[in-house]
Design a protein around this ligand. Structure first.
Ligand code: CA
Length: 223
């Protein structure tokens, strides 16, 4: 697997490169956002610093998302809550806070690439219909009353998971485990942001219900 590291800080880039290669993965480091936009095709996962010298990292992320579904992990400074939220809403799969821990980095890379691989794998069912929502599991698209919903990859996975279990509770642990591969390493904060984004796009109050202290349940007539 080839990992693209987009990071302008030499020391940070060196540490990330060493970490990635210690796991037997290949990596290439670029320091500029514009270069990342030109070379993203050769990689299976992208680590993207948000503070780049030539472009805003969020802008790089948005442009990448217009042309590729490759898993993208954003790298942020501690306390930069706003960037994390904007990044996840702009289509990042997950985020890592600097300084990045080796174990966490490798676990996140594995989780997002496994998820991406599964998405392109053998389809199970075709379409789930709940009320006016149609969720096409093969094409990974969702529509409401015939109008396509502009969901990010993670928002789609979250909706599909809840919809498959419509009428029953899905615990936070189950969601973290299904979407990020490991409930303990996954970030609870990511889930909150993706859930908020999904609800905003669905515009269906009362559809995804919080089951206090347990998880979430989708309520629909078709369930
Ligand atoms: Ca930077």
């Amino acid at each position: 697997m080839d990992v693209l590291i987009v990071e302008d800080d030499d020391a940070m880039a060196g540490a990330l490169t060493a970490a990635v290669e210690s796991a037997g993965l290949h990596s290439q480091r670029l320091a500029r956002g514009a270069d990342a936009l030109l070379s993203h095709r050769n990689f299976q996962v992208i680590l993207l610093d948000l503070g780049l010298p030539d472009m805003d990292g969020l802008e790089v992320l948005r442009k990448l998302r217009q042309v590729t579904d490759v898993p993208i992990l954003i790298l942020t400074a501690r306390d930069d809550e706003r960037s994390v939220v904007l990044g996840l809403r702009s289509g990042a799969d997950d985020y890592l806070v600097k300084p990045v821990k080796l174990v966490e980095l490798l676990a996140r890379i594995e989780a997002v690439t496994r998820r991406a691989g599964r998405a392109g794998g053998v389809p199970q069912e075709d379409t789930i219909v709940l009320d006016d929502l149609a969720i096409d599991l093969n094409r990974r698209t969702a529509s409401r009353a015939g109008l396509p919903l502009p969901l990010t990859a993670t928002e789609f996975d979250l909706l599909a998971l809840l919809a498959r279990h419509a009428g029953s509770v899905v615990t936070r642990e189950q969601i973290l485990d299904a979407l990020w591969g490991d409930a303990f390493l996954a970030s609870s904060r990511s889930l909150d942001v993706h859930l908020t984004g999904l609800r905003a796009k669905l515009q269906k109050p009362g559809f995804i219900i919080n089951v206090r202290g347990v998880g979430y349940r989708v309520e629909a007539a078709g369930a």
